[in-house]
Design a binder for this molecule. Structure first.
Ligand code: CO
Length: 297
């Protein structure tokens, strides 16, 4: 045997050894890829309202039957209240991603269950970016968009939202959606949604608790339409504290009380958008995009 041939045989032997024994590569070896899904909602302190989250999880499980699903709540106050009231621990997005990395998840598709890409969403974007290439943790982390996002998507979201309107509601009766509202620039999504919604259903209106349009804007729009009956529905994933108190509560400053005082007949629907499969499908679609992007990173 010449030296060259011996060298080639040795090289081949080493190659076969390294292929058959992954441990041969030593400490520097990368773990086998393991994909996971992390669903991130604002969260709610109202246990009954979590029916929306159960429904979302069911849909995600159906769409991704072979992938483990974890949850996080982005609202710190909600997590603290749950700990005090229920003694239960809900993780923040960062804590959930750290734990998943520790458990061997290398690739995680995170899905925002927020309605607009506001401050909760931009915080989540920063958290997701921080967990990319985490030493001994997550390598690839992608983020699925909020319910309302891109222009082509808005029409699908609006169709889904309109499909949730109660069947008993007549065309000359208004549906008023109560969104959260924010000081973040993304508050523009609420008037933006009104634009798309108005094309499909002229008596469907969007208002917010903390932003624009306000309830005063809604009352003016209802009067301009000579509407007498109003159906109030939350534009939030869950029918939690805002829906039960600010929207439908018995206090004089709830939307229901104010509209009744203004002479309208008011019906309330205490279901979050996460309880309707048509709306959940939009989030699942965004998650599919984020999940497929794991392989392209
Ligand atoms: Co709030």
């Amino acid at each position: 045997m010449t030296f060259g041939r011996t060298f080639r045989w040795l090289a081949l032997l080493l190659l076969l050894l390294s292929l058959s024994m992954p441990a041969f590569a030593g400490h520097g070896s990368t773990d086998a890829p393991k994909k996971g899904i992390l669903l991130v909602a604002f969260g709610t302190t109202v246990p009954e309202a979590r029916a929306a989250f159960d429904n979302i999880e069911k849909a995600v499980r159906k769409a991704f039957p072979d992938t483990e699903i974890r949850w996080a709540y982005s609202a710190r106050q909600v997590r603290h209240t749950i700990r005090e009231n229920e003694g239960a621990t809900m993780l923040s997005p960062a804590a959930a991603l750290a734990r998943m990395g520790d458990e061997g998840f290398t690739e995680v598709a995170v899905q925002s269950l927020h309605t607009i890409p506001g401050s909760e969403y931009s915080d989540l974007q920063r958290t997701v970016a921080a967990f990319r290439d985490m030493p001994k943790g997550t390598r690839t982390v992608t983020l699925g968009e909020a319910l309302l996002s891109r222009p082509h998507d808005m029409e699908a979201a609006v169709q889904a939202i309109v499909s949730t309107f109660p069947t008993q509601r007549k065309a000359d009766e208004a549906v008023v959606l109560m969104g959260h509202g924010t000081h973040h620039p993304a508050n523009i999504y609420y008037p933006g949604l009104q634009y798309y919604l108005g094309k499909v259903d002229p008596n469907a209106l969007v208002g917010t608790v903390e932003g624009v349009p306000t309830l005063d804007d809604i009352v003016a729009a209802l009067k301009a339409r000579s509407v007498h009956t109003v159906w109030l529905m939350p534009l939030m994933s869950v029918a939690g504290d805002h829906a039960r108190n600010d929207m439908a509560g018995p206090e004089p400053d709830s939307w229901k009380s104010i509209l009744e005082k203004a002479g309208f007949t008011v019906h309330t629907v205490l279901k979050g958008t996460g309880e309707y499969d048509a709306v959940v499908d939009i989030w699942v679609h965004h998650l599919r995009t984020a999940f497929d992007a794991l392989d392209k990173q």
